[in-house]
Design a protein around this ligand. Sequence first.
Ligand code: NAP
Length: 259
Amino acid sequence: MLTSIKGRSVIVTGGSKGIGRGIASVFARQGARVMIAARGAEAARETVDSLRGEGCDVDWTHCDVADWASVREMVDHTVEAFGGLDVMCANAGMFPQTKMVDMDPAEWDQVIATNLRSAFLSVKACIPHFEKAGKGRVVLTSSITGPVTGFPGWTHYGASKAGQLGFLKTAAMELSRYNATINAVMPGNIYTEGLQDLGQDYLDTMAASIPLKRLGAVEDIGNAALFFASDEAGYITGQQIVVDGGQILPESLEALEEI
Ligand code: NAP
């Protein structure tokens, strides 16, 4: 099952850390050739070295996903290095937490550019290559925050993540002429390096609010992305899947206590 990814050329934006690192690891361990794209060299090199240590075929390239020239260069570089492009995992994102009353409009613009404009740019840059290959796959990392839930301080973030899903529907229609699909994974609370800094109390409280009683692992998101990228998912496009351990299901605190 899902063996079709072996030898495929895959870009993971934001693959140097967190969920992106999880996605890159899942694809690379299945035998894909993975290009990690990020701005910071240190984390990217560390991830590449670690995966190469496992025998994976991985490299990294510098990219700012909010910048068109940089995104085009990332895709062109990958095509040259790997001889083509099969899968784009547009995952890079940022989530500063600022309530509207304190939010500078420039912060709003930066979050929308990094999380939503980047989705458009990442897909646009793939189109000539998908057209040439007669196939392609895109997987977006959205979120439950925005499309399903709200959290004070994340109006811009929620708007960007809901916006990705709006983009997805029409993008799926436009990409179908190249036999390419686009789908989105919507993570709940995933255990990343960044979350560790919030302390054990925070992690325990979050885990208690999730029916499966644990935060997600980055590989949980990687596995969902892998499915969407596989040949086996070739007839699925314009869709989204929540991967959250049931976090959005309880109607009330009492409902959680009934479990
Ligand atoms: P993270 O640990 O902070 O990692 C973010 C990654 O994106 C890093 O590799 C970072 O590298 C890269 N990045 C950020 N801005 C970039 C830019 N302008 N250009 C290129 N790369 C950029 O974040 P994460 O928690 O893994 O989140 C990854 C994605 O999952 C995001 O889209 C986020 O919204 C989504 N998500 C996360 C959670 C969660 O619980 N963690 C839940 C729902 C959704 P550089 O900074 O070096 O560029």
